[in-house]
Design a protein around this ligand. Structure first.
Ligand code: SF4
Ligand code: SF4
Length: 165
C-alpha cells in the first residue's frame, strides 16, 4: 500500500504522459499514408491513377464547356493504398502525412480534392490538347532542348507527323 501511494504521489507531480490529441497536436509516424494532394499543373491526364485506384475514388472527365478536364477525388472513398502515387509518372498525385480525415456524415460528398487541367492549343493545327507538364519532360529526357520544347507545343497528331518527318 505504501509503495502504491508513493507511485501515486510521484505520478501526480509528473503530469500526464498520455497523448494530448485531439486537444493538442500529436506525432506523425514517418511515411504515414494520409490525405491525397493533387497538383493539376504536373498532371498529364494519363488517367493511370483513375485506372489503378483501389477504392474507385478518382474521376477525370471533360468539363461541360469542353475547356479542359476536371479531376475529382473523394477522400471518403480513398483506401490510402498509395497506388495512385506509385504509378503517377509525374508525381502529380501524392499522399501527404495529414491524417486529419474526420468529417461529418453529411459532408462526405463535399469532402473532395478537386483540380482542373485547362486545355491549351496546338501551335500547328490549333486543336485543343492537354498541356505537356515539364515534370513529364524531365522524366522522359535527360536534357530538354529546343526541338523537344517545340514538340511539347504540338498536339499528339502533329507530334506524330513531325516525328515521321
Ligand atoms: S491512395 Fe489508393 S484508394 Fe486512395 S486515391 Fe490513391 S489509388 Fe485510390
Ligand atoms: S495524377 Fe498522375 S496518374 Fe493521374 S492522370 Fe495525372 S499524371 Fe496521370
Amino acid at each position: 500500500m505504501a509503495s502504491f501511494l508513493k507511485i501515486a504521489i510521484r505520478n501526480l507531480f509528473k503530469g500526464p504522459c498520455t497523448d494530448p490529441y485531439p486537444f493538442g497536436e500529436t506525432f506523425v509516424p514517418r511515411g504515414l499514408r494520409g490525405k491525397i494532394k493533387y497538383n493539376a499543373e504536373a498532371c498529364v491526364a494519363c488517367r493511370m491513377c483513375e485506372y489503378v485506384c483501389a477504392g474507385g475514388a478518382i474521376q477525370i472527365k471533360e468539363a461541360p464547356d469542353k475547356s479542359g478536364l476536371e479531376f475529382i477525388l473523394w477522400h471518403n472513398t480513398c483506401a490510402f493504398c498509395g497506388l495512385c502515387e506509385h504509378y503517377c509518372p509525374t508525381k502529380a498525385i501524392r499522399l501527404t502525412e495529414d491524417f486529419h480525415t474526420a468529417h461529418r456524415q453529411e459532408d462526405k460528398y463535399r469532402y473532395v480534392e478537386k483540380g482542373f487541367i485547362k486545355y491549351v492549343h496546338c501551335v500547328q493545327c490549333a486543336a485543343p490538347m492537354v498541356p505537356v507538364a515539364p515534370e513529364l519532360l524531365s522524366v522522359a529526357y535527360e536534357q530538354v532542348n529546343k526541338d523537344i520544347e517545340r514538340l511539347r507545343q504540338l498536339c499528339p497528331k502533329c507530334r506524330q507527323k513531325q516525328a515521321f518527318r
